[in-house]
Design a protein around this ligand. Structure first.
Ligand code: PEP
Length: 252
């Protein structure tokens, strides 16, 4: 797969039917561009959002994604949602390994790797989140932490298939804090990630899409997205307001 420019909205556990409706009307004048726009609401709203996007003729511009998925395809897994179910709802993207899943729900990098595998096997597009905490950055461990999050996925699926993965670099200290990484800092880390992948395949490194996430907003998006190794963003808080989200999408 070739390098794509993507802006994905992560609504987290926010929103309701009213937000689905207001987002559809707020984004109704969005025009088609080279940017893939994805909205990831909570599970209960996936189908409603997807159907309303189609009804509003926005399905060639906006796609729907889920915020996580089970690594299992079905059976006795109470509370889980499978890739088969997402396919049934025509959902195309899945966020995997968000730092909140890792820190609050103890998802390990090996479990994240199994989920990425399940997502790819189902023909869906994984958005793999990686990123270091503030303490890890202060201790000079950024590179070893990112490698420990990426390598289990490459080991699980193989380097060739890794180009079908979208990576979102999200420094944990920047998520939901209002303290985005500076564009220089984000570029430096994205460059490092691309070089790290290039050691295993130059072609995959050149083609993989690397998004930045962590307090992206209408004021900082342009500078972040102008960096050569940043191919768009994963946006939390600012994606809950259609006007701000539109500005972010058009800056990508
Ligand atoms: C996120 O949820 O992935 C995120 C980056 O959130 P925020 O934009 O609010 O920091």
């Amino acid at each position: 797969m070739t390098r794509r420019v993507i802006v994905a909205a992560n609504w987290k556990m926010n929103g309701d039917s009213a937000l689905v409706d207001s987002m559809i009307s707020g984004l109704s004048d969005m025009e088609s561009s080279n940017v893939e726009v994805i909205i990831c609401p909570s599970f209960p709203y996936l189908s409603d959002l997807n159907q309303k996007i189609k009804a509003a003729d926005l399905d060639n511009i906006i796609q729907v994604g889920s915020q996580t998925v089970s690594k299992f395809v079905g059976g006795a897994h109470t509370g889980e949602v499978s890739t088969t179910m997402l396919n049934d709802l025509s959902i195309k993207y899945v966020i995997v390994g968000h730092s909140e899943r890792r820190s609050v729900y103890n998802e390990t990098s090996e479990q994240v790797a199994s989920k990425v595998h399940a997502v790819l096997d189902a023909g869906l597009n994984p958005i793999l989140c990686i990123g270091e905490t503030e303490a890890e950055r202060a201790d000079g461990k950024i590179e070893s932490v990112l490698l420990s999050q990426i390598q289990p996925v490459i080991d699980e699926i193989g380097i060739e298939r890794f180009s079908d993965v979208v990576i979102s670099y999200e420094p944990v200290w920047a998520i939901g804090t209002g303290k985005a990484a500076s564009s220089a800092m984000a570029q430096e880390t994205h460059y490092f990630i691309r070089q790290l992948i290039a050691k295993q395949s130059k072609q995959v490194a050149a083609n993989i899409s690397l998004l930045y996430g962590g307090s992206v907003n209408a004021a900082n998006c342009e500078e972040l997205f102008a960096q050569p190794d940043i191919d768009g963003g994963l946006v939390g808080g600012a994606s809950l307001q259609a006007e701000q989200f539109k500005i972010i999408c058009s800056a990508a």
